[in-house]
Ligand binder design. Structure first.
Ligand SMILES: [Zn+2]
Length: 212
């Protein structure tokens, strides 16, 4: 199963993963995430005429995706941060939405079909781990949870959470006024810096891949 992910990504993004000596150390369910990530990195670098960074390591670590590159600017850092956050909500086996949970001291993201426990089972367990963030979310949203077409998308809730966390620490006045579907997701935003632009680009590219 590992072969599909490895072969696909090596064939499509030789500049990024061609010299990766340890291979890609995660399961096939994250193919769409890595596909979107490497595609956006390549597009960004070609657009600016800067060298495409090489991946030093791509792996699963404590449940989510880690991708270490030879170099990165703020936009690429935003792409990487968002890819890591998306992997934390994506079954590593099949790519469907999943839950991060601890089983036998191993943190992993799985859908119900691939072994995730239901919410009720999680509540009953004696696990002292709580993986949810302990910072209460801002009352006012920075990213709407619904597209202009009226679709509630979990990925918008995730982007809102990640962007809000970043903005609280960096005090930017970022707001998304509207999200439209079509060729990924189009964000009508103000106050975004390069990092937030990277987060939005990754969100859009992943959503587009999911629908292919
Ligand atoms: Zn699954």
């Amino acid at each position: 199963m590992i072969g599909l992910l490895e072969n696909t990504l090596r064939a499509r993004y030789p500049e990024v993963v061609g010299s990766l000596s340890d291979g890609i150390q995660c399961d096939d369910g994250w193919l769409d995430i890595l596909n979107a990530l490497f595609s956006e990195i390549t597009k960004h670098c070609k657009g600016l005429g800067i060298p495409i960074p090489r991946a030093r390591q791509v792996k699963e670590k404590t449940g989510s995706l880690r991708c270490y590159l030879s170099s990165k600017d703020d936009f690429i850092a935003g792409l990487i941060q968002m890819s890591e956050e998306i992997s934390g909500k994506t079954c590593e086996v099949c790519g469907e939405p999943g839950l991060m949970d601890v089983e036998n001291n191993v943190v992993q993201v799985r859908c119900l079909r691939h072994g995730a426990r239901t919410e009720a089972e999680r509540e009953r367990s004696t696990t002292i781990w709580r993986l949810e963030s302990n910072r209460p979310a801002s009352i006012e949203r920075r990213v709407p949870g619904m597209t202009e077409e009226g679709a509630h998308l979990w990925i918008l809730d995730l982007l809102n959470e990640v962007a809000d966390d970043y903005c609280v620490k960096h005090a930017t006045g970022f707001r998304v006024n509207a999200v439209r579907q079509g060729d990924g997701l189009q964000f009508e935003a103000r106050g975004a810096d390069q990092r937030l632009d990277g987060m939005m680009a990754m969100t859009s590219a992943f959503w587009k891949r999911r629908l292919l």
